[in-house]
Design a protein around this ligand. Structure first.
Ligand code: NAD
Length: 349
């Protein structure tokens, strides 16, 4: 049986609670798919700041780089909140992992489950048929540009290179080829120079994909269209900051941020898989977090990094079945706990 190595970074808050369910489910089905998973757990985020004074140590980054995949819970919490730019912050661990592992494309599928249509704040007829994929640039733009602080001012720099735009756009067009053949590139080209470069390069990439339809959309319009006609979107490609905001907005189409998985990919098969939600300090330690976003992230890991798409399909199917039976965690209006969802998924499998 091929042994694969997965670096496990439970992180802070509800991270360890939701990751535990994903490990339980994967361990249960791995042998059926000829997989032996070797889990290696490491500290990352606030818990690593407490232990080592930094959110991501060089050792943990090296361990992740040497693994076949990385599964992450979430990081952060009020304990580490600070406005002091010289203090370590849990998010630095995430950014360090993304840039250190060269994971430049973040894939966030948004597909409301029919069983949850009525859990969405949007009306059923608006969201029915929505199946979109946000492809967000992850290692450039404002989050990685030069920044600084003076007593009475602060600045962040948004910088994009042609190479960064082109490789991200390629991921989007390739994804669209296996879907509904449409790419919406989101920018702010009426104001920002980086957006004008973005638009120009995405248009050039589109020329190499004649079967895929390309539309450009300004980010403010995209924010509006996402809630007014979400089912019109197929693949959205966008830069780091816009993607961060739009994908959280899109998350609500599914009814809860607790339902949304993500994959961060680079040039090879190594990927980082994590739920879109944060560490939810308001419910941490209570055993009530929804583990489905993490379970679906683990399914993406099986599909994209571990070469086990059938196992991924089984997890997706089990989630659909459990939701279809009416089982819900609190964020979806039910009263099930985290481990109870894991039990039901295992039973459905
Ligand atoms: P959050 O996603 O943690 O929580 C937002 C709301 O959604 C909360 O009410 C929370 O209870 C709820 N929620 C989130 N995940 C849930 C789940 N699985 N089940 C049920 N309810 C869930 O966002 P926030 O409150 O803005 O941030 C909290 C902390 O998380 C901050 O420290 C922030 O920096 C961090 N954060 C981390 C990540 C990450 O690790 N990738 C992402 C976003 C925020």
């Amino acid at each position: 049986m091929p042994e694969v190595s997965v670096a496990l970074l439970p992180g802070d808050g509800i991270g360890p609670e939701v990751v535990a369910e994903a490990v339980r489910v994967i361990d249960a089905i791995a042998p059926d798919h000829d997989l032996a998973i070797d889990w290696h757990e490491h500290l990352m985020g606030g818990i690593s700041i407490d232990a080592h004074g930094t959110a991501l140590t060089d050792e943990v980054l090296a361990a992740c780089a040497g693994a076949d995949a990385v599964l992450l819970g979430a990081v952060g919490g009020p304990k580490w909140d600070t406005t002091d730019p010289d203090k370590p912050r849990p998010e630095q661990g995430l950014l360090g992992l993304r840039s250190g592992l060269g994971l430049y494309a973040n894939l966030r599928p948004v597909r409301p489950w029919p069983a949850l249509y009525d859990a969405s704040p949007l009306r059923r007829e608006r969201i029915e048929g929505t199946d979109l994929l946000v492809v967000r640039e992850l290692t450039g733009g404002l989050y990685f540009g030069e920044r600084g602080r003076q007593p009475d001012s602060a600045f962040d720099t948004c910088l994009y290179t042609t190479k960064e735009v082109v490789r991200l756009a390629e991921v989007g067009f390739r994804a669209a080829a296996g879907r509904r053949q449409k790419v919406t590139s989101v920018d702010k080209a009426n104001v920002l120079e980086t957006s004008r470069l973005w638009r120009e390069k995405v248009t050039e990439v589109a020329a190499g994909h004649p079967d895929i339809a390309l539309e450009h959309m300004l980010v403010d319009n995209a924010a509006m269209q996402l809630v007014s006609r979400p089912s019109d979107f197929d693949v959205i490609v966008t830069e780091n900051l816009f993607g961060d905001i739009l994908s959280d907005e899109a998350a609500m189409i599914t009814g809860s941020i607790g339902m949304l998985p993500s994959a961060s990919l680079g040039p090879g098969t190594l990927g980082l898989y994590e739920p879109v939600h944060g560490s939810a300090p308001d419910i941490a330690g209570q055993g009530i977090a929804n583990p489905i976003a993490t379970l679906l992230s683990a399914a993406m890991m099986l599909r994209y990094s571990l070469g086990a798409p059938e196992a991924a399909d089984r997890i997706d199917g089990a989630v659909e079945k459990v939701l279809g039976q009416g089982h819900r965690t609190r964020d979806l209006g039910g009263d099930l706990g985290t481990a109870a969802v894991g039990d039901l998924i295992l039973a459905a499998l």
